[in-house]
Design a protein around this ligand. Sequence first.
Ligand code: S3P
Length: 174
Amino acid sequence: MASNKNIVLIGFMGVGKGSVAREVLKYSKYMALDTDDVIESMENRRIKKIFELEGEAYFRNLEKEVSLWLQNSVSDTLISTGGGFYKVKNLKKIGTIVLLDSPFDEIIKRIKNHPNAVNKLKKRPLLSDLKAAKKLYELRRPEYLALADVVIDVTKKSAQDCAKELLKKVKKYA
Ligand code: S3P
């Protein structure tokens, strides 16, 4: 178990990592950060632009850089990650891994029902082709499950309920 006492939220694009993280903050003393936000600040440009102009491999290298910083310099923080961040080699050394889990169709429904759905889809390059995204989901899900210390099924639950469940379940890792 990592000594940093971070909580690392992993899960597929659109599953609600940001929404659950914001609720967790209301009920706990964690500080929070989001790996995609850190990367956008480092680069001073949007993820979508980074993918378009530099390609995915370049983005994955930035994730690696961020993962080393998290391991070495960040503690007591709730860390939301991009859907592919879990691939970094040192994930387990960053903190307790919490997977937000839901079936693919439910995740897509959740995004489409969001008042800002168009933007939510537009900013995620890997969701532009839903067939390919489903394949990616099927490939990743067993890998997410294998890494997770805690799994929260978020299907049809409010972000608030998920946050409360999360805080209860991570207690034993504190
Ligand atoms: C990605 C997920 C995105 C973002 C990038 C790549 C992925 O983050 O990091 O577009 O590989 O699943 P969200 O999971 O917050 O959408």
